[in-house]
Design a protein around this ligand. Structure first.
Ligand SMILES: [Zn+2]
Length: 193
């Protein structure tokens, strides 16, 4: 069974004159592969969380990006030379290799979940505790504002939404499939069935 560990719990807060945010960064261990989903943009938090796991960036096999927003991506610079994946392409330097359905070499299923961003994909991971969806910005909250009742989850406003109907459908799909959800900015929560 795969293991999932939240390395950075995503946050988002208004400061004086600027905004402070990093995405959730998640480590998956599956089939002897170590994968980071959305490494975020806080270098210090990511490196210290890896260290606690007894890992350095060099131990990571690949970085998976759910979508292309910089607060989810900037830390890829800590992993030079590593494979970068989106929903259907492995980027290895200037080489691109297509794939479909699962992260290659793993049992991690990828679900297309457009809405917040057109390209967004959600990894589903089977673990001993149930199915975990790394849904990232299908749901995100500013610090202290997280609400996880079902209606609240479906109606949550997203100021950056690209396609409202698609976002709702993607949310319904992931709520139906997942036992636990890791949001882009906020705490992992259990899905009420
Ligand atoms: Zn985003």
């Amino acid at each position: 069974m795969a293991e999932v560990k939240v390395l950075i719990e995503g946050y988002a807060r208004e400061k004086e004159g600027y905004y402070e945010a990093s995405s959730s960064a998640v480590l998956i261990k599956d089939s002897d592969k170590k994968i980071i989903v959305d490494p975020g943009c806080n270098e210090e938090l990511l490196l210290s969380a890896l260290k606690k796991e007894g890992l350095t960036p060099n131990d990571i096999d690949m970085i998976f990006l759910t979508h292309y927003h910089p607060d989810h991506i900037i830390n890829i610079r800590l992993f030079p030379g590593k494979d970068i994946l989106d929903g259907d392409i492995i980027y290895r330097g200037d080489k691109e290799f297509e794939f479909k359905g699962k992260i290659p070499g793993t049992e991690i299923e990828l679900i297309e979940t457009p809405g917040h961003a057109y390209e967004q994909v959600t990894p589903l991971i089977k673990t001993d505790h149930g199915i975990i969806a790394i849904a990232e910005d299908l749901w995100w909250w500013e610090d202290g504002k997280q609400k996880t009742d079902k209606e609240g989850l479906l109606s949550l406003e997203d100021p950056f939404v690209k396609d409202k109907d698609a976002l709702r459908k993607s949310r319904e799909l992931i709520l139906a499939k997942a036992d636990y959800i890791i949001p882009g900015h906020g705490k992992m929560f259990k899905v009420e069935k």
